[in-house]
Design a binder for this molecule. Sequence first.
Ligand SMILES: NC(=O)c1ccc[n+]([C@@H]2O[C@H](COP(=O)([O-])OP(=O)(O)OC[C@H]3O[C@@H](n4cnc5c(N)ncnc54)[C@H](O)[C@@H]3O)[C@@H](O)[C@H]2O)c1
Length: 358
Amino acid sequence: MTEHDIAVIAGDGIGPEVTREALRVLDAAADVYGFRTRRTSYPFGSEHYLETQEIFPDAAFGELRHKDAIFLGAIGDPRVPVGLIEYGIIARMRFELDLYINLRPIKLYDASLCPLKGKEPADVDMVIVRENTEDAYCGAHGFAHKGQPLEVATQTMIYTRAGVERAVRFAFELARERKRKHLTLIDKANAVRAQDIWTRTFAEVALEYPDVETDHAYIDAACMWMVKNPEWFDVAVTPNLFGDIITDLGAMIQGGMGIAASGNLHPGQVSLFEPIHGSAPKHAGKNQASPVAAILAAGMMLDQLGEKAAAAAIEAAVIELLRSRRLKGVGTGMHATSEVGDLVTAELRAARGVPSAR
Ligand SMILES: NC(=O)c1ccc[n+]([C@@H]2O[C@H](COP(=O)([O-])OP(=O)(O)OC[C@H]3O[C@@H](n4cnc5c(N)ncnc54)[C@H](O)[C@@H]3O)[C@@H](O)[C@H]2O)c1
């Protein structure tokens, strides 16, 4: 039986609660679809930092490279300086494990979840491919005359040909696999002239994919079209900063933070899967956060691990629960966090006729 070796960082706030339910669903999927997971839990996060002053020791970090996948709940706590732990854990994994693709499926599972008037599931079914290691996030920033009236602050947007090309190529490959085979480049090359490297790279790589229809939108227009005509998008590829922003807009049109999942990928190497929401401190410990985003992130992880049937079944279970109204929604307090785990595991088993007591 195949065994997948998974690192788990449940993290802070609602992270442990949603992770617990995602792992229950993972166990049910393993049982029903005949694979095993071996899991190592790491305690890192703000609580651990406050107790030990340790963020992510190198020895533990080194172990991650040998795992098949990493699952993350959420990181962040108001008692710790802003960004310290997020940078030390999430950004460190993205950069040092070279997780160069941030993959964000934006799929509306039920019309009731969408704040846009008249939009149906068929209208919202896209994937954003966000470049995940370059742009303004490289850390090339500085301050001169800090705190003085003439203070200067700079942050450099960095794009490399290799970095842009691998993201663009990934997006073309993904578009080629989908029914519509349509890929939009989203940038702001008219104003941010350095993004001309995206324009040129996209045009060159497109020549190798004549079966994929290409399109272009500036980021400001793309935000407008995503709200007005989300059905225009199939796959979109975009630099890191714009991707960070537009994927939250995408989360809202698919139903909010309680449902949006992501993968931070390095194809062929260890990759990281997480709900896109943060630690939502005000909801922590109340058993009221939606674990659906975490459950769908676990599904994305299984898909990448090659457990395609189990991954599809997790998504199908969530869709069935939402459309039958057994799952009323994905907002806080609509269901107990644990109840959602119960519903999804039961649905997974029922869909294959596997009894729950085994
Ligand atoms: N990847 C990560 O771990 C990650 C991502 C974003 C923010 N953060 C960190 O999380 C902390 C809190 O940030 P924030 O409050 O801006 O964002 P957040 O995503 O934690 O929460 C914002 C709001 O979204 C809703 N929400 C979030 N998760 C939900 C869920 N599972 N179910 C239902 N509703 C949910 C809640 O209304 C919540 O108040 C900060 O420290 C921030 O740095 C971490």
